[in-house]
Design a protein around this ligand. Structure first.
Ligand code: UN1
Length: 496
């Protein structure tokens, strides 16, 4: 019998009201059934929103430092269960254990960062323009927040959204991706253990088309925070636009690493391998384009191909494995399609480009590390998000051309340049159109205390993490206190 998992509404673990359930299987081995999860619909969403709305009336009045104390306990428990959580993640998502531990660590970092914010959440006090008058701004919670999270960081991304939402006094409905519901269930158990009161965090499993759509349309949901594809992001934004709901979107990327001829080439090669093939290329921040000066292109390309072919592919639970599977059949189909498109467009396939189903990998969604050379910046493989282990190498002749090529896509999340020329480094920091720029580091590896997000089609202007995330999860309220005892008219009584 498969293990059964539940929704969490108002402190209770419940099956879907319809009684339906869906299967969650290991992408490294389809025969491994992880469990059955509720296939929820609008009725379950309604119940969760009602619970979150009721809990908000109480939670918003709990002093933020007290809310922070709960988050400190959550951080301690995430530390305690780090290994268990990492193994759950690897089994349902496929990333190798070392990376799954990193994903959990990002959640731990996020817990402590937000716990501390419970004693800050600073506003401003300012002088007033009239005598005997006081002015300040404070942050106020928004209400019920829908958090719709992806499968590629099954713990870290829910924590990026949920901890700031809670510390600011909001209540939430978490809707995790259908491919990684187990990590989310275990996470919510831990939140309960830490003392999060009933109704403050509700968990609803199910499909985006049902649960996500119902959340986005619900009149009592005040905010939607979504990480996923640009196509779905556009749909969510247009629905939220109709009801003027606040919406924060973290969407795709087509991130590039530039390597100039003056760079430390060994370092650049290490960076490109990690950026392109880490997490099987399934990060929004993954390195998908390598923009290389033509004088060093051959050396870099040869080394990358040799190294890519040595990457050990397999089940991420095996500590010696370096690259796990793709998340599901559809994802692998997409990566295979793009490999075909690259060939048809005239790029040169140097290695990979095919499914990997040898030996123990026969039952999973594995794909070979893939490298294309002679890629033109306008080709589809250089423009569209693939979300897999595919690297396109583009040669350039100058620094200016490198920046133009890097900026020449619809997205702008992460970016990187390898150079030892300080002038080029500073110009890149200024001229690259992206939310994140690394100098002499790969495009992946953002830390939780700096803003995370991007420009252009990567989002709608918000930044998660850092201190900027609190602008997503609060309303600013300006407060004036007049203690003059008389009517004072701003802009009029104090005019010249
Ligand atoms: C993502 O892929 O959506 O910067 C998040 C990084 C990680 C987070 C990635 N810390 O690669």
């Amino acid at each position: 019998m498969a293990q059964e998992f539940f929704n969490h509404i108002d402190g209770k673990w419940l099956v879907a009201k319809s009684g339906r359930a869906f299967e969650n299987r290991n992408p490294a081995n389809r025969d491994d059934l992880i469990g059955l999860f509720p296939a929820s619909d609008v009725a379950d969403v309604d119940a969760a929103v009602t619970a979150a709305k009721k809990a908000f009336a109480i939670w918003r009045l709990v002093p933020a430092p007290k809310r922070g104390e709960i988050l400190y306990r959550v951080g301690e428990l995430l530390k305690k269960y780090k290994e268990e959580l990492a193994r759950i993640e690897t089994r349902e998502m496929g990333k190798v254990l070392k990376e799954a531990r990193g994903d959990v660590q990002e959640g731990i970092d996020c817990a402590f960062l937000n716990a501390g914010e419970g004693r800050r959440l600073f506003g401003e006090t300012t002088p007033a323009e009239l005598p005997n008058k006081f002015a300040m701004s404070v942050r106020a919670p928004i209400g019920v927040c829908a958090l719709i999270t992806p499968w590629n960081f099954p713990l870290a991304i829910p924590t990026w959204k949920l901890f700031p939402a809670l510390i600011c006094g909001n209540t939430v409905i978490l809707k995790p991706a259908e491919d990684t519901p187990h990590t989310a269930s275990r996470f919510v158990e831990i939140l309960n253990q830490a003392g999060v009161p009933p109704g403050v965090v509700n968990l609803i499993h199910g499909r985006g088309e049902e649960v996500g759509a119902a959340l986005v349309r619900h009149k009592d949901v005040q905010l939607v925070s979504f990480t996923g594809s640009a196509a779905v992001g556009r749909e969510i934004a247009s629905v939220c636009g109709q009801s003027l709901k606040r919406v924060s979107l973290e969407l795709g990327g087509k991130n590039a690493q530039i390597v100039m001829e003056d760079a430390d080439l060994d370092l650049a090669i290490e960076g490109a391998l990690w950026g392109a093939f880490g997490t099987t290329g399934q990060r929004c921040t993954a390195t998908s384009r390598l923009i290389v000066h033509r004088d060093i292109a051959k050396k870099i390309t040869d080394a990358l191909v040799t190294r890519a072919e040595q990457i050990k592919i397999g089940d991420g639970l095996d500590e010696s494995v370096e690259m796990g599977p793709l998340i599901n059949q559809a994802a692998r189909g997409k990566v295979l399609r793009y490999s075909e498109i690259g060939k048809q467009e005239g790029a040169r396939l140097l290695t990979g480009g095919a499914i990997h189903d040898a030996g123990a990998c026969a039952n999973g969604y594995f794909f070979q590390p893939t490298i294309f050379a002679q890629v033109k910046p306008t080709m589809r493989i250089a423009q569209e998000e693939i979300f897999g282990p595919v690297l396109s190498i583009i040669e350039i002749e100058s620094f200016a051309e490198a920046i133009d090529v890097l900026n020449g896509t619809a997205y702008g999340l992460s970016s990187s340049i390898y150079t030892n020329d300080v002038t080029r480094a500073f110009r890149a920091m200024r001229d690259i159109e992206a939310g994140i720029t690394y100098i002499n580091g790969p495009t992946i590896g953002a830390e939780v205390h700096l803003p995370f997000g991007g420009v252009k089609d990567t989002g709608n202007g918000h930044r998660e993490a850092g201190t900027t995330v609190y602008d997503i999860f609060t309303e600013w309220k300006s407060i004036y206190v007049d203690y003059s005892g008389k009517l004072q008219k701003a802009q009029i009584d104090n005019a010249e």
